[in-house]
Design a protein around this ligand. Sequence first.
Ligand code: CDT
Length: 322
Amino acid sequence: MNRYLNVAMGQLGPIQRADDRASVVRRMCEMMREAKALGAHVIVYPELALTTFFPRWYIEDEHELDAFYETEMPNAETLPLFALARELGVGFYLGYAELAIEAGRKRRFNTAILVSGQGRIIAKYRKVHLPGHAEHEPWRRFQHLEKRYFEPGPGFGVTRAFGGVVGMALCNDRRWAETYRVLGLQGCEMTFIGYNTPVHNAPAPAHDDLSLFHNQLALQAGAYQNGMWVVGVAKAGVEEGVDSIGGSCIVAPSGEVVSRCLTKDDEVMVARCSLDWCAIYKRTTFDFDKHRQPHAYGLIVERKGETLAADGTPLAVTAPGH
Ligand code: CDT
């Protein structure tokens, strides 16, 4: 018997700086109701879903910066989402900026949580691959200061939830093969990934025309190469003058896109996902136990033009064409 999980993408359109959390949560609640009506068991919202994408500004005033973070979850503003999840029996993935006091120190993370259909937080993930820069770079049209406003999280883990094995990642993580492979090695059957991706990439403007393509390429490759479902959900559209890609999609373990959002606004799309389809890939082409060659994957270091294996052995490098 197939284990079916009905997953909704809760893509958000832009959130302007003046929009308060209450109005955003109202939009998300409306989408959760729509997802429920479409038969969804869980809805995936974007990265930093509660506010505008604030790393686009260089903010010197600490209080001004702190206002974009959540110090507890749930809190007064997000409680309606948790209550609705419980009422409808729909779980959710939510990205937000987290401010935590740990060992007496203020710590900032780009975080996602997984909430059960009973409205309880069952897993938390702190973004590992932080893109952008740490210092103000006035030459850019807009900043991407994630390296200033967050510290990297400790790693990727899976959670038994919704009848399967579920993983979480955030935005830039989706471009890295390691994200999916580390989750795949833990048996992950479905990965939820919220994102905010500006169309314009300041250090590489030649890539602007490829930004949607690169999004889908990364999600599809990650799914196929690890025999897992991947659900990528955008905050899209023009936010404070900055255009961000949409293209939220659900990718099957075959690498095929089975559902895709069509707008750059608030939009719900649902797919019925058989978690048992993962095994078709995990037990054949991507049977890790059978086909992976971990002995060949040791860290390779480059030193003064010489290529060395992790144990220091020089590696013969084959010249192109040989
Ligand atoms: N939020 C986030 O991680 N955004 C980055 C922008 C990088 S520019 C290529 C992303 O990987 O989409």
